[in-house]
Ligand binder design. Structure first.
Ligand code: UP6
Length: 252
């Protein structure tokens, strides 16, 4: 089975965020998303400055930032995103009814709607629970990387029906292939480790491009825990791009 190139996906992309992601990937020759799982504003901004030029998006868990302050955290993060041309992906994994998700998305201290380009959401609340994410792209959680995850093949099949039919959805997070109409985001990528002691399971960039035809790799500890996050980001960027190019050539 063949995979589409980023150029081919760009031709068919409907959503402005899908287009932006694919254009950025082609411009930077990168399919890397760095996961900034750090807990202070200073670490977050320092990481964004270092890895920014090499990634297409920075993925945040904004609720783990202990000194979060919109002016001190988000305003400078947006400046860095503009400077280094990356998108902001908030990995909130919404999992509630539409009304509550809307409140979590627009209110509280984080005001995700004001700054995220795209967000992750479970689809367990059903089709209409995704209606509130009008101004962003949604990445649906289809399958999870952790050991014993309950995202069985029948769950994934149902999740994909919601994802494919909802206009706000640009793609999915999964450890399996998903239909070409959706962009595939794959976390659980690490070159040095095969997992952690909390159930995480890792694959290499090579594996996820070849076997899953992924579009974008998400790397957390492989980059931010590294002694030199910028060099690590460049390594994952190059590994990811080469793996993508190889996965295209398998088609010829
Ligand atoms: N993530 C996964 N697996 C999933 C979904 N999301 O690992 O199925 C997220 C985690 C973390 C990042 O919440 O932010 O991707 C992976 O980090 P790591 O590379 O340090 O394991």
């Amino acid at each position: 089975k063949t995979r589409s190139s980023y150029e081919q996906k760009l031709e068919h992309a409907q959503h402005s965020v899908s287009k932006k992601l694919l254009e950025t990937a082609l411009a930077k020759k990168s399919n890397l998303i760095a996961s900034a799982d750090v807990t202070t504003t200073q670490e977050l901004l320092a990481l964004a400055e270092k890895v920014g030029p090499h990634v297409i998006a920075l993925k945040t868990h904004i609720d783990i930032i202990s000194d979060f302050d919109y002016e001190k955290t988000i305003v400078p993060l947006k400046v860095l995103a503009e400077k280094h041309q990356f998108l902001l992906m908030e990995d909130r994994k919404f999992a509630d009814i539409g009304n509550t998700q809307e409140l979590q998305f627009t209110s509280g201290v984080f005001k995700i709607t004001d700054w995220a380009d795209f967000v992750t959401s479970q689809v367990i609340g059903g089709f209409e629970s995704l209606d509130c994410f009008k101004n962003v792209g949604v990445v649906a959680i289809v399958g999870m990387s952790s050991k014993g995850a309950l995202t069985t093949s029948s769950y994934r099949e149902e999740a994909l029906k919601v994802a494919l039919s909802h206009p706000n959805v640009i793609g999915g997070v999964s450890q399996n292939q998903i239909p070409e109409e959706l962009l595939l985001f794959t976390p659980g990528v690490n070159l040095a480790d095969s997992g952690d002691d909390k159930g995480q399971q890792y694959n290499t960039p090579e594996h996820v491009f070849k076997m899953l035809h992924t579009d974008f790799i998400i790397v957390g500890r492989g980059i931010y825990k590294s002694e030199d996050p910028e060099t690590a980001a460049i390594t994952y960027k190059n590994e990811g791009w080469n793996a993508y190019v190889n996965s295209l050539q398998k088609n010829v």
